[in-house]
Design a protein around this ligand. Structure first.
Ligand code: ZN
Ligand code: ZN
Ligand code: ZN
Length: 539
């Protein structure tokens, strides 16, 4: 009897472990422009059920970074999901200069596809075609014989399309018409539930509420006072609370919700609808929902990292995440889902704010940099040898240089010397130096990791730390410095033990780690550096 009882127990255990081989649902959360610092600075104002639930019950990597430049949105999302850097996956910027076409290419532009929603013809010509590597979502598709569902969604097109990968069931992104749209790369028509969601105009109740502070004003003492000189205007309105969103909507279009915390709420509403109607996480075959919250980036750019607007946005996102986790508990079941949370890049301090506090840095106007380079070219070579200056890259007019009988190496050298006379320049590299690399130059390594010779320029330069190519208000990102590279990496849920690490990690480790947890093939061009902390036994 005892023997038989033991046998039954063993069989039960083996059945449950069989069923638990993979989680039912993976939820990848990217928070656009989220600095690691926000988790610390706003900690005392967060609830127990949002960010803190993930940190306290999951595994937090406190010292995780980007390992390339430029630290922009499209390269960030592509790198998280492919587990490699732009030099391999080809997404070298949000856009880049196309040498043969002599025009800018947008990262997810695809002339061969069409929108599924009338009135969004331009916004809908998008697909992951320019992404050269497979993603962890692609590998999940292959591994489940295309049975596991993969859906990506974001307010931004690139935040939805790149994470969802090449084999996705759907990617959805928001447009100024107030709708979540998609392209015929994914299907012939929008799913009925998405169409219904759009018809409900769910942005209206949010805009009618307006944007005022979530908590009493005293709570915001971790930020600078409201209406400070480092904040930019929001749709012409001076930057202080409350914001009349209804008026903003009436004078503009439903795109206004992007630059308010409600862009995040709307995305979470849409995500819940997708989980319900697409039955994500319902059967035993793993599904993947890639979520990217974009409003944090729009608000960061407008008001800067020390504004109460950004603090309020994170306090509200904390509630949104708490509510979403609660929803997952109820629909998918507490131990059946795996979550990771990270950011596509962090963000800089406002340079005027630093200057006012005696650290002498500056904001640089992109147009002035471009004009200076062209001016130098005309006076030195009596011709404009520059096709384009963009994203730290200088693209030379190679045909003109050849026809003038100039030596390209000498031309590059001369521009390099000129750039080094500029106060804002830290390093200038030529294409040859970037491709050769140097183990002793960490900045060069960042540049090399972000560089593709067919998509980047012949000369590349790096600003000094603290210098921004941006307006005097708000902030931006793009540099290889810690203020842009240091982001949260938190794992939570299915088979994740509690813990934390302060060792230096790279965000390119996320995709191979998730692949290893799911026991699927790793994305095809990752270096396969797994976060081994997650695989040692639970203490
Ligand atoms: Zn971004
Ligand atoms: Zn303000
Ligand atoms: Zn941004």
């Amino acid at each position: 009897m005892k023997k038989l009882f033991g046998f039954i127990i063993i069989s039960l255990v083996s059945i449950t472990t069989q069923a638990q081989k993979r989680p039912k649902l993976v939820v990848g959360i990217v928070v656009d422009q989220m600095k690691m610092e926000y988790l610390y600075r706003f900690e005392s104002d967060f609830s127990e059920n949002g960010f803190k639930r993930l940190m306290k019950n999951g595994y937090t990597f406190h010292n995780a970074h980007y390992n390339y430049m430029p630290t922009y949105t499209a390269p960030g999302h592509a790198s998280i999901y492919t587990g490699t850097t732009p030099s391999m996956h080809g997404i070298v910027g949000n856009d880049w200069f196309h040498r043969t076409l002599k025009k800018d290419m947008y990262c997810t532009d695809d002339a061969a596809v069409s929108t599924l929603v009338p009135g969004t013809e331009t916004e809908g010509k998008m697909s992951p075609r320019n992404l050269q590597s497979t993603t962890m979502t692609d590998e999940l598709k292959l591994s489940t014989n295309f049975k596991g569902k993969v859906i990506g969604m974001s307010i931004k097109d690139r935040g939805a399309i790149l994470p969802a990968g090449h084999f996705a069931d759907w990617a959805f992104w928001y447009t100024k018409t107030g709708e979540f749209i998609s392209s015929d790369y994914y299907g012939k028509k929008l799913p009925t539930w998405a169409d219904d969601f759009n018809k409900e105009k769910n942005y209206i109740p949010y805009t009618e509420k307006g944007w005022s502070l979530l908590k009493p004003k005293e709570v915001y003492n971790e930020s600078l006072p409201d209406d400070n000189p480092y904040e930019g205007k929001l749709y012409k309105k001076t930057p202080f609370f409350p914001y009349n969103m209804k008026e903003m909507l009436d004078n503009n279009d439903p795109g206004v919700i992007r630059v308010s915390p409600y862009g995040n709420n709307l995305l979470a509403d849409f995500a819940k609808r997708a989980i319900e109607k697409e039955e994500l996480g319902k059967d035993e075959i793993t599904d993947f929902l890639a979520l990217s919250f974009s409003s944090t980036d729009y608000i960061g750019h407008t008001f800067g990292p020390r504004s109460i607007e950004i603090q309020d946005t994170y306090l509200r996102l904390d509630e949104t995440i708490a509510d979403f986790l609660n929803y997952l508990d109820k629909t998918v079941g507490k131990d059946n889902y795996l979550v990771f949370l990270t950011a596509d890049h962090a963000g800089a301090e406002n340079s005027t704010f630093l200057k006012d506090n005696k650290y002498k840095v500056d904001n640089i106007n992109y147009k002035n940099v471009s004009a200076d380079l062209k001016e130098f070219s005309k006076t030195t070579f009596s011709d404009d040898l520059i096709l384009k200056y963009d994203n730290f890259n200088v693209f030379f007019d190679l045909d003109l240089i050849k026809s003038k009988g100039l030596d390209l190496t000498k031309v590059k050298q001369s521009f390099k010397e000129y750039l080094y006379t500029k106060e804002y320049v830290k390093r200038v590299y030529t294409e040859e130096e970037i491709l050769a690399g140097s183990p002793n130059d960490e900045l060069l390594e960042f540049v090399s990791n972000g560089y593709d010779p067919t998509q980047n320029g012949e000369l590349y330069f790096v600003y000094k730390p603290g210098y921004l190519e941006y307006s005097a208000t708000g902030t931006t990102h793009g540099s290889p410095y810690t203020y842009d590279t240091h982001v949260p990496v938190i794992f939570y849920g299915w088979h994740i033990k509690k813990g934390e690490s302060h060792e230096k990690k790279y965000i390119t480790q996320i995709a191979p780690t998730v692949s290893q947890l799911l026991k699927i093939t790793m994305p095809n061009s990752t270096k396969c550096e797994v976060l081994t902390e997650l695989f040692t036994k639970k203490e």
